[in-house]
Design a protein around this ligand. Structure first.
Ligand code: ADP
Ligand code: MG
Length: 257
């Protein structure tokens, strides 16, 4: 084993616009291996866009993104910049598995099929091996008995746990969570929070966008407060939540209480 350990994700001076709207205005962010970095901020502050840039679901106009030290290659300029290497895009999407607010399960497939689909078709791994891993992951998130059910038969909390199992089945280097609990009723939220805490305890690298300040305080090594596309304040959760320095963060925290 090498002791070299570049951050899983390293972003420098990222700028991203949609037309005239500059959504990210020079963001720096580092997610070291084994760390949980949470992103908080008002709706529209650019949190989802930042996550989507990390796994190349979005193009950016300026700045650099490195994945495990490897610069993500772009070509062209301005709005025409795009990743130059298809294989790199696939590798990065495989390695940075994303969990969305709306679980996005395929409704015509069983839960087990949902979890197995990408390792089978994208990674082309042997079915028996994938199935064993998928079943173990469904057990791990507490829905082993739902393997043969269809998504519509599950509660929102169960569907989101299936979506987490699906992300894990790719054996990613990091997980990207975009408000994984915000579509859920409060009582179902806790089932998902429990799974996220368990993953944090295992030392998984995670970028977590959440409106749940208690969850962010509990699991994060580092918290980033985004305001209008810029990092307004960041630090360890104790400082950020315990002694916020900026009025904007104080206001935001008061509003989320
Ligand atoms: P957050 O996740 O913090 O709520 P987003 O990253 O989703 O914020 O959005 C940031 C801003 O970018 C918002 O003003 C939003 O309307 C705008 N935006 C997001 N996606 C698009 C898009 N595909 N096209 C145009 N504008 C977008
Ligand atoms: Mg969002």
């Amino acid at each position: 084993m090498t002791t070299f350990s570049a951050p899983v994700i390293e972003i420098r001076d990222l700028h991203k616009s949609y037309g005239d709207l500059e959504v990210l205005r020079g963001v720096d962010l580092t997610a070291p291996r084994g760390h949980v970095v949470s992103l908080i901020g008002s709706s529209g502050s650019g949190k989802s866009t930042l996550l989507r840039c990390c796994n190349l679901l979005e193009n950016s106009q300026e700045g650099t993104i490195r994945f495990e030290g490897e610069p993500v290659q772009w070509q062209g300029s301005g709005l025409n910049r795009h990743p130059s290497d298809r294989h790199q895009v696939m590798r990065i999407r495989t390695n940075l598995s994303m969990v969305f607010q709306q679980f996005n399960l395929w409704s015509h497939m069983t839960i087990l099929q949902n979890v197995m689909e990408a390792p089978l078709t994208v990674l082309k791994q042997p079915r028996a091996e994938v199935e064993a891993r998928a079943r173990a992951l469904l057990d791990k998130v507490g829905i082993g008995d739902k393997a043969d059910a269809f998504p519509a038969m599950l509660s929102g909390g169960q569907q989101q746990r299936a979506a987490i199992a699906r992300a894990l089945c790719m054996e990613p280097r990091a997980l990207l969570f975009d408000e994984p609990t915000s579509a859920l009723d409060p009582e179902l939220e806790q089932e998902v929070v429990k799974v996220i805490k368990q993953l944090a305890d295992e030392g998984r690298t995670m970028l977590l966008v959440t409106h749940d300040m208690r969850l962010a305080a509990d699991v994060s090594d580092h918290v980033v407060f985004l305001h209008q596309g810029r990092i307004e304040e960041e630090g360890p959760p104790e400082t950020l939540f315990g002694a916020p320095r900026t009025e904007r963060l104080r206001q935001f925290l008061r509003a989320t209480e």
